[in-house]
Design a protein around this ligand. Sequence first.
Ligand code: DON
Length: 304
Amino acid sequence: MTEQLLLEQVVEQVRPLLGKGKVADYIPALANVSSNKIAIAITTMDGITIGAGDYLEPFSIQSISKVFSLTAALGLYEEDEIWQRVGKEPSGHSFNSLVQVELERGKPRNPFINAGALIIADLLQSRLGAPKQRMLEIVRQLSCNPKIGYDKVVADSEYQFSARNAAIAYLMKSFGNFDGDVDTVLKSYFHYCALKMNCADLSKAMFYLANRGKTLTGEQLVTPIQTRQLNALLATSGLYDGAGEFAYRVGMPGKSGVGGGIIAVIPGDMSICAWSPALDANGNSLAGTAMLELLSQKLGRSIF
Ligand code: DON
């Protein structure tokens, strides 16, 4: 069977799950997205991208942006400078929880929960003159798509309803683990989350994670060892409280966003993006997880 046919089968077999799960509405602008969307795209080691379903329709990448932020920080800081401020462990709490930040004296468990991503955004703010512009350049380059932009409505909506993220940032500041102006860093963070990309863009952008750190255009973005480390963090924390379930069912490093996107990686083989807006109880795309599970079964691939 061709890979194209395989992706189409995956979409059609999972389509009956549409209607289950719930579109995120704690960011009001996200609630307007139709829950009927379903898509998957892969980029294979020969650099070819194929997809099925709504794979060319852009959506809000949300927490998937945390992979790009951490990658950018790795290019700007010594590793110790990053890991003394944020940990590498699964959190065992929801992605936007405050509880652990207080108990663990302002050091977030990992860079993918909101607290950890805010630390990374703080690090980027300190070293980059224009972090929002730089982030756009990075994702445009990685996806080979100069048209990628921010969804201003989503970014503004998040800023309007930022109480929880602001509380997390101020709590970390109270422990001395936040350098910048909270409001400025929040605005940058919300923009990163409000990047609009489609499944094809995201599978291309994540190609370096499958290709020992080398991007689609041949640039060595991170070292092969750093790539392995990023994939390890994605496998253990990329799906938050659903990381164990995702490892069990899908068996790939991955990162989800509340826009319904999930990126996943089979190192040495392909980078993948699945999208369907309705989420499960952990905030991960319900149909997206099912598509990735089916794909891994059909391909007979897992990292475990
Ligand atoms: O800060 C937030 O809550 C959102 N901008 C991102 C959360 C998110 O995508 C969590 N992922 N599943």
